[in-house]
Write a protein that binds this ligand. Structure first.
Ligand SMILES: N[C@@H](CCC(=O)N[C@@H](CS)C(=O)NCC(=O)O)C(=O)O
Length: 231
């Protein structure tokens, strides 16, 4: 999506100056909201690439700044000069294409395809139980059997992540990749939740991903990725 010159002024949002210590791309802006999992995906990726951004922090009660710039109301949205990129995974791919080093996607086509499959699975399959639990709990008469079944599915998925981390520091190898950027902001709730963050979706993640001392590799990976910088 192209952004016309006349659209560049965005009102009603708090503009932050970039944090110190990195390269400031003069035309890179990130529309974000506090505690957003999908924004954190992008913040990890941008920091990995050494890119700094001007942040435009929106409140969910007033999406007008992000709608004005992207035609839709969800964050993150990355604005690079006259290119507007909504959607966290699309942003990860865009950033990789434009700033390939250090990489977040494998250069080998087969390994790249495996990572593409993981990203589709995480968004299209793994996220379904927590999203459905949230929808159920927001109903007047939640189906508690359904919630219990989905909660068990969430917890069982920890086995898979524990195995993905067998013998390596990150989900797709020893180095950070787009898989870690995509999964960490959700899985981190197994250990970490900001006390100020009381979003229902995040409490569902926290409640149903408890490690209980059983997933040492997942636990160490959460600590490892959490130490990384965010843009
Ligand atoms: N597929 C989008 C989803 C974006 C999304 O759902 N963003 C959330 C924040 S994590 C949002 O803007 N929520 C506002 C709302 O749902 O009202 C992506 O991956 O970026």
């Amino acid at each position: 999506m192209n952004l016309r010159d006349s659209d560049r002024s965005v009102s009603g949002a708090e503009h932050l100056t970039p944090r110190s210590g990195g390269y400031l791309h003069p035309m890179l802006r990130l529309f974000r909201a506090p505690f957003s999992t999908n924004v954190e995906r992008v913040a990890l990726a941008l920091a990995h690439k050494g890119l700094e951004v001007e942040s435009v922090v929106i409140a969910y009660e007033d999406r007008s700044p992000v709608i004005e710039v992207s035609g839709q109301g969800l964050v993150p949205v990355l604005v690079d000069d006259d290119v507007v990129v909504p959607d966290s995974v699309a942003i990860l791919r865009y950033v990789e294409e434009k700033w390939p080093d250090p990489p977040l996607f494998p250069r080998d086509p087969a390994r790249r395809a495996e990572l593409d499959v993981f990203l589709d699975w995480f968004n299209g399959v793994w996220k379904v139980p927590p999203n459905t639990i949230e929808e159920e709990l927001e109903r007047d008469d939640p189906d508690h059997d359904c919630v219990r079944e989905l909660a068990a599915r969430m917890h069982d998925s920890l086995d898979l992540f524990e195995r993905l981390l067998d013998g390596r520091d990150h989900l797709f190898g020893n180095d950070l990749s787009a898989a870690d950027c995509a999964a960490f902001p959700f899985l981190k709730f197994a250990k970490l939740r900001d006390p100020e963050d009381d979003e229902l979706f995040h409490r569902i993640l926290e409640d149903n991903l408890q490690l209980g001392g059983d997933y040492p590799r997942v636990s160490a990976w959460i600590d490892r990725v959490n130490e990384r910088p965010r843009a």
